[in-house]
Design a binder for this molecule. Structure first.
Ligand code: NAD
Length: 313
């Protein structure tokens, strides 16, 4: 292989991984010297045992600034001194947005495979327009992965969220900023997720998915956004399509649009990576068309251009 040059910055976050690790959040708060955390969590996690000054359960997808304002008011009203966020990428996004305003330390407990907890990427929506920024200061300082919390994730969300993680890894593999570190993480993710998705019955396969999600998030953190993520972002923003579902529909097509996909195929243990990925998604009942996500037929030149070349051969 041809020698390449690269730069690498490792994330300084503290990662705690295991089953039942939610119980360690009070210890982690003590490490931070926090006594009044604001808990960001939906009703599902309301009785999580985290001693919080207040709870805000209103996180929604794509981090609308109005929701951040509401959470910020609760944070200030209760004199909170840190943030504990339990939930998927939407809750993590709100935590990061709050951190951007308050500089409060964050403990994020992810319950999906979005990977946002280990990226400095902050996506926000104002007046229906989503913008994305990279802000090192919003990177959560502590991430507590508790595999037990992911066991309630419905199969449909498990599939789309895991494919979202796979997209981070595949994009890192093809990125101009790829390095031996991102390659190693990406290949692990690509080798693990399709296999683990076929057997969700054990805590071990859930643990494999969650570990892969962590590494995939690190992949996303380490490279700039590529064509697949940009396309998902454009379509998701313009047509309000759900995030991980959009990734799931487009990933086999984005992959097929790459010249050679041999590396991905080898990591997956198949010969035709885009075809195998498409088959896996449809066998697991995942979405395979944008129409089923509520997108109308492409109506403008931008979409025609974006769409051409994205269909598998
Ligand atoms: P989400 O957080 O909206 O969760 C999806 C659904 O699953 C919600 O209804 C949620 O309540 C439910 N859920 C979550 N965990 C559950 C569990 N364990 N059991 C049962 N139900 C559960 O979706 P997501 O795909 O995790 O996150 C999407 C958001 O994250 C988008 O806004 C996206 O832009 C953002 N994101 C950001 C980054 C980044 O680096 N900044 C990376 C990936 C995703």
């Amino acid at each position: 292989r041809i020698m390449r040059s690269f730069a690498w910055s490792g994330s300084p976050a503290r990662i705690v991984f295991g089953a039942g690790t939610l119980a360690q959040v009070p210890e982690e708060l003590a490490r931070l010297g926090s006594t009044r955390p604001l808990l960001l969590a939906s009703d599902r996690w309301a009785d999580c045992g985290v001693p919080a000054a207040a709870r805000f359960g209103g996180a929604t997808m794509h981090t609308p600034v109005e929701v951040t304002e509401q959470a910020l008011a609760v944070f200030r009203e209760h004199g909170a001194d840190s943030i504990v966020a339990i939930g998927g990428g939407s809750t993590t996004g709100l935590s990061k947005a709050l951190a951007a305003h308050t500089a409060a330390p964050q403990i994020v407990v992810p319950t999906t495979y979005a990977g946002s907890e280990v990226t400095p990427v902050l996506g926000e929506t104002r007046d229906g327009v989503k913008t994305t920024r990279r802000l090192p200061e919003v990177l959560p300082g502590t991430v507590v992965y508790d595999v037990e919390l992911t066991r309630s994730l419905p199969v449909a969300t498990t599939v789309t969220s895991a494919v979202n993680a796979l997209a981070h890894a595949i994009e890192a593999l093809y990125s101009p900023q790829a390095s031996p570190m991102t390659d190693a993480m990406a290949l692990h993710v690509i080798g693990t997720i399709p296999r683990a998705l076929r057997d969700l019955s054990t805590v071990d396969s859930r643990a494999e998915l969650l570990e892969a999600a962590w590494l995939a998030g690190n992949c996303l953190a380490s490279v700039s956004t590529g064509r697949h993520h940009k396309l998902c972002h454009e379509l998701g923003g313009r047509y309000r399509l759900p995030h991980s579902e959009t990734h799931t529909v487009l990933l086999p097509h984005s992959l097929a649009a790459h010249g050679s996909t041999d590396t991905v195929a080898r990591a997956m243990g198949v010969t035709d990576a885009p075809g195998a990925l498409y088959d896996l998604i449809s066998e697991l009942g995942g979405p395979t068309s944008l129409r089923e996500l509520g997108m109308p037929e492409p109506q403008d030149e931008f979409l025609h251009r974006a769409w051409r070349g994205q269909r598998p051969g």
